[in-house]
Write a protein that binds this ligand. Structure first.
Ligand SMILES: O=P(O)(O)OC[C@H]1O[C@H](OP(=O)(O)OP(=O)(O)O)[C@H](O)[C@@H]1O
Ligand SMILES: O=c1cc[nH]c(=O)[nH]1
Ligand SMILES: [Mg+2]
Length: 219
């Protein structure tokens, strides 16, 4: 897997990530979702440079222009809930893509520290031979991405997988790297060093799903 780390280079994206992390600013849910969406647009633009392009002719009112357009079919798949604003950002640019939605959530059967990932909902077109963009703003332990990869298997084998995320923890990225095909890419805004006892990224930003949409009951 090739890791593309957006904030390695300074850009206006630093400001969006700073606002996501800031414990006061992040209370504004509209801004929080919008910042994830804006990062989705930027990462989508960056990954668009890695796609294969074919020459096309476009008729203008005055003649014909030659330009290169993406060759392959694209499917944007987001992991519910927090993937939704990232999905919107990607779809703003890949506006004619097909779409998949899959749920993955942390189930805590015994206590706060132990959890398993449950995947219960999937709506997807065939992924066979297509470019799959898999969106989730948080890559903590990496278990959600890895479980989702397994759940998507019956949908066909994508030609390439591009994971799109906002904040990742190094150990989760290593796990995902081991489990995803070698030709996969990770497009991520920033990488933090560690996870706490509950599997949250430190310093991270907290619970992205709750910050986007409000708290949910643990079950
Ligand atoms: O890398 P992992 O350790 O799997 O953690 C990351 C996952 O945790 C969050 O989802 P959560 O389970 O909180 O669901 P939510 O989006 O509904 O809040 C986040 O959106 C990722 O899907
Ligand atoms: O830090 C984390 C880890 C998992 N899910 C989140 O939303 N945040
Ligand atoms: Mg959550």
């Amino acid at each position: 897997m090739t890791v593309h780390h957006l904030l390695e280079e300074n850009s206006i994206a630093n400001k969006f990530v700073a606002q996501l992390r800031d414990s006061n600013i992040q209370k504004d849910r509209l801004r929080f979702r919008k910042n994830i969406e804006r990062i989705g647009e930027i990462l989508g633009y960056e990954l668009s440079k890695s796609l294969v392009y074919n020459p096309k002719n476009v008729k203008t009112p005055l003649g014909e222009a030659k330009l290169d357009l993406p060759r392959d079919e694209i499917v944007v798949c987001s992991i519910l809930r927090a993937g939704l604003p990232l999905h919107n950002g990607l779809l703003n640019y890949f506006d004619d893509a097909e779409n998949s939605f899959i749920s993955a959530y942390r189930h805590h059967p015994n206590n706060d520290e132990e959890f398993q990932i449950l995947v219960e909902y999937l709506a997807s077109p065939s992924l066979e031979g297509k470019i799959l963009l898999l969106a989730d703003p948080m890559l903590a332990t990496g278990s959600s991405f890895v479980n989702v990869l397994g759940a998507l298997e019956p949908m066909g084998k994508p030609k390439e997988i591009h994971l799109v995320s906002v904040i990742g923890a190094s150990e989760g990225i290593e796990y995902v790297d081991r489990e995803f095909p070698d030709n996969s890419h990770l497009w991520i805004a920033t990488i933090d060093e560690k996870l706490n006892d509950k599997g949250y990224i430190v310093p991270g930003l907290g619970d992205a799903g709750d910050l986007c949409f409000g708290p949910k009951l643990q079950h």
